[in-house]
Every structure is written in structure tokens, then in C-alpha cells.
Design a protein around this ligand. Structure first.
Ligand code: ZN
Length: 320
């Protein structure tokens, strides 16, 4: 396929060398040990800590959890600028095609690495099952900093396909594009706990009671912790109680919950406690010992089993 005109500007970048990107930490045994554990490498040569797994090459100069946060002295050029230009011309998708690592020798703890990047090639426009686009190849060369002159220790070839999808998903007029609304996580419901959730659906706060000794227990379980009896029935609690303790979740903010999110440990007047969300109270005004009353509220959940809602007991402070 003949190149579109704008592609000349992008092809002019082929062969460009981008500056150094340094590693935050020197090659070190703790990172190597953790990497080997995660990847499942148990070669005893690495347990000695004298050399590190060669396949970690790329790891040593990664930016870490913060995007584009590289150590001082690293280049501020963007080695991926060609991908950005191609994208700007209507090729939004990207898929990594292949990655090839070459190592010249083992690396040892204490070595300080950096790499440079070369935009190696941009293929002719191609149509694949995924769509139409360009294969873009980058080559990173890794060096170990040495007093006698930096030493090349390995290379990483990284190829991606930057493309327009063959069958793009188009937003329809009545269904605007955007992330789906996140729903409440559904509780795991078992034969031991189903009565509690079924009760909530009927507006009842059911507490498990041992048939042998009469002890109340929550959360529900198959066996009485006091007398070990498996016989039980339920008691419908009044829903009145006091705040025995509480926490206010500020962070992390997990949708769909509102934050700050106050959660109480409620002591029911029947004598057992349960954890539930507090409502109708400002987080700064929650008091231990405050009287509360249960309230049942329905929420949509993301449960895949067809039960797409849940009724939850929540507690609201009442006038003293
Ligand atoms: Zn019992």
C-alpha cells in the first residue's frame, strides 16, 4: 500500500536515537529474589545472590508505578513519538507483537544500568485480521556504567502494530460511550448465610441462634462456637442498637462507594454485634455509644447469576 502523505514526517524519524534512561536502583539481590519468586524461577545460581536472572534486563530501568517518572539525568525525549504521530492520523489501537531480549553476560548486584532507544523500522501499511496499520520496531540497548567506559550488556527489540481496528465498536445514539456504571460488589452467599440475605429482602434482620444453648452469633456459621452444636434457628432482631466502634474509609476511594465511607460495628440490643454501613450521619459526628436503627436499602450489584440486586441492612443514628 502506498504511504499517505503525512507518513513522510513519521518515516523521517526512522533511525533516530533517543537519549539515556537510567535505572532508579542499581542491580540488586532483593529485587532479583522477588522477581524470581514471582516468575517462578528457582535456579540455585540466583539464590546465591552473585548474579541476577538475565531476563530481568528490562526491569532495572523501568519507571516504576508513576508514569513517565524517570531518574534524574534521563532523557525527556519521547522514544514513542512515532506511535503518537501515527495515532494522531487515525490509528488508535496498539498491540505488542514481539519482544526479543539478547544478553551478553550475567549482571551482578551493584551494576548501574541505562538504556538508549533507536526507532529501528516502520513497516509498509498492512491489513491484518485486527485491522490496518503499521508495524513499528524499537530497539533498546542496555549499558552498564563502568569507570573504564560503559559496557554494552544486552538489547531489547520491541515491535508493536499500531492500527485502525477492522470492526470498531461504534457508540450508538441512545447508548453513549463511556465506562459502565460500577455496581456494588455482591456478597458471597452460601447455604450458611442465605437466610440473612433473604431476611433482609423481607425487611427482617435475622440473627443466627444456637438451638442447644441459645447463644446468638454473627456472622453466620454452621457450628456454635460456645457448645459446638450444629442445630440452629434464627431470631428476628429489633434492629435497634448502639455504635460499639466504627471506622471511616477515606482512601482508597473504591467505586461505587461514596467517600468518606463510615462503617460501624453495631451492638444490637439482643446482644450480638454486626458490621454495617452507617448512613444519615456526617463522618465527623459519629459517636461511640450513639443509638442506631436498622434500615434496609436495595442496591444493584454486578452479580452474574441473575440476582442483580441486594438488600443491605444499614444503620442510621436515632435521637437519643
Ligand atoms: Zn450453642
Amino acid at each position: 500500500m502506498a504511504d499517505p502523505d503525512w507518513m513522510k514526517e513519521v518515516r523521517a524519524l526512522v533511525g533516530k536515537e533517543y537519549g539515556r534512561v537510567y535505572g532508579w536502583d542499581p542491580v540488586n539481590a532483593p529485587m532479583a529474589r522477588q522477581w524470581a519468586e514471582v516468575v517462578g524461577v528457582d535456579n540455585p545460581i540466583y539464590a546465591e545472590g552473585k548474579v541476577v536472572p538475565p531476563a530481568m534486563l528490562q526491569v532495572w530501568c523501568m519507571e516504576g508505578p508513576q508514569t513517565n517518572h524517570y531518574p534524574p539525568g534521563s532523557t525527556d525525549e519521547n522514544p514513542y513519538e512515532a506511535l503518537g504521530l501515527i495515532e494522531a492520523h487515525g490509528y488508535p489501537s496498539v498491540v505488542a507483537v514481539n519482544s526479543e531480549l539478547e544478553f551478553d553476560r550475567y549482571l551482578a548486584p551493584g551494576e548501574k544500568l541505562y538504556y538508549t532507544t533507536r526507532l529501528d523500522a516502520i513497516g509498509e501499511e498492512k491489513t491484518t485480521a485486527l485491522g490496518t496499520g503499521f508495524f513499528v520496531t524499537l530497539k533498546m540497548t542496555y549499558f552498564s556504567q563502568q569507570a573504564a567506559g560503559d559496557e554494552e550488556v544486552g538489547r531489547l527489540l520491541f515491535r508493536v502494530f499500531k492500527f485502525k481496528p477492522a470492526n470498531p465498536v461504534k457508540p450508538t445514539a441512545d447508548k453513549p460511550a463511556g465506562p459502565p456504571k460500577i455496581k456494588r460488589p455482591a456478597p458471597g452467599i452460601s447455604d450458611d448465610t442465605r437466610f440473612f440475605w433473604d431476611g433482609a429482602r423481607e425487611g427482617k434482620l435475622l440473627i443466627q441462634r444456637c438451638k442447644a444453648c441459645g447463644a446468638l452469633r454473627h456472622p453466620p456459621g454452621p457450628c456454635c462456637p460456645s457448645c459446638h452444636s450444629f442445630e440452629w434457628d434464627t431470631l428476628e432482631a429489633s434492629g435497634r442498637g448502639t455504635i460499639y466502634s466504627f471506622v471511616v474509609m477515606h482512601y482508597p476511594e473504591v467505586p461505587p462507594f461514596e467517600h468518606p465511607n463510615p462503617i460501624g460495628l453495631i451492638e444490637l440490643e439482643e446482644g450480638t454485634r454486626l458490621v454495617a454501613q452507617l448512613i444519615g450521619v456526617k463522618p465527623g459526628e459519629i459517636e461511640i455509644g450513639a443509638r442506631v436503627q436498622v434500615e434496609f436499602n436495595r442496591f444493584e450489584t454486578g452479580a452474574p447469576d441473575g440476582n442483580d440486586d441486594i438488600v443491605l441492612p444499614q444503620f442510621r443514628p436515632t435521637a437519643a
